[in-house]
Design a protein around this ligand. Structure first.
Ligand code: SAH
Ligand code: DHB
Ligand code: MG
Length: 231
């Protein structure tokens, strides 16, 4: 490698440069997704949606799974929802849960602009209250679940995902590394403790087999857990 003299490049800068390079090749211009991101920013939503490459990763996983019935917890502006809704075949659907009315409003417009309103069932409310309603409706079992809401409740969300899914379902959980803090048993961050409780549950749960992949890029150092529902 050529010497860079004293100019030390931070690892974070390299992650971002690589992400830009890969995105330019694999995620060509996408007006609906770009408009969704811009409208979310303009409305003042937090800038915490999955990155383009992570969105495409979710889309590919759902396609590989052949998912027809997807559950997402944590919609924000609907950026990940659009990726997931694009993955389902005709007749498929995505149910997505969001607690904040303003986020719902922005997401609804973004999803409609992407032409996906017929595919997406967006429900406003605390997921812990909406999930029992979904169970009571007796909907078809989910074959793909994306958990991306308040990390403190990852444990209960995982239990609901198991209850509402069928064997072969893929459960993906976002933000499970949190800059590496997840390995700190004494962390004072309630989100980190929520992830650690989830990890204990997954480890003790015979109905799933799981792995966790660490990620780097524009969203910093984080990761996804992937669990397969057995049976
Ligand atoms: N999946 C989105 C990002 C979600 S951010 C994307 O990648 O594009 C997390 C979202 O979860 C926020 O919009 C937040 O309002 C929502 N949320 C937090 N607690 C919740 C709860 N108890 N029920 C439903 N949604 C919740
Ligand atoms: C946070 C939440 C997310 O879903 C995410 O992808 C990144 C950050 C957060 O609450 O800080
Ligand atoms: Mg997230």
């Amino acid at each position: 490698m050529p010497s860079r003299g004293n100019t030390k490049r931070k690892p974070e800068d390299t992650w971002v440069a690589v992400e830009r390079y890969i995105d330019a090749l694999q995620i060509p211009s996408d007006p609906a997704l770009e408009a969704a991101r811009e409208a979310s920013r303009a409305a003042g939503l937090p800038d915490i949606a999955v990155s383009p490459s992570q969105g495409k990763f979710l889309y590919l996983l759902a396609r590989i799974r052949g998912a027809r019935n997807i559950l997402e917890i944590g919609t924000l502006g609907g950026y990940s929802t659009i990726w997931l809704a694009r993955a389902v075949p005709s007749g498929g659907r995505v149910i997505t849960l969001e607690a904040e009315a303003k986020h719902c409003e922005v997401a609804r417009a973004n999803i409609a602009r992407a032409g996906l309103a017929p595919v997406v069932d967006l429900r406003l409310g605390n997921a812990l209250e909406v999930l029992p309603e979904i169970a009571a409706e007796g909907q078809e079992a989910f074959d793909f679940v994306f958990l991306d809401a308040d990390k403190e409740n990852n444990g209960p969300y995982f239990e609901w995902a198991l209850r509402l899914s069928r064997p072969g379902c893929v459960i993906v959980i976002d933000n499970v590394i949190r800059d590496g803090e997840v390995a700190d048993a004494g962390s004072k961050d309630s989100r980190v403790q929520g992830i650690r409780r989830l990890n204990e549950m997954i480890a003790a749960e015979p109905r799933v087999t799981a792995t966790t992949l660490q990620t780097v890029g524009g969203k910093g150092y984080d990761g996804f857990t992937l669990a397969l529902v057995l049976g």
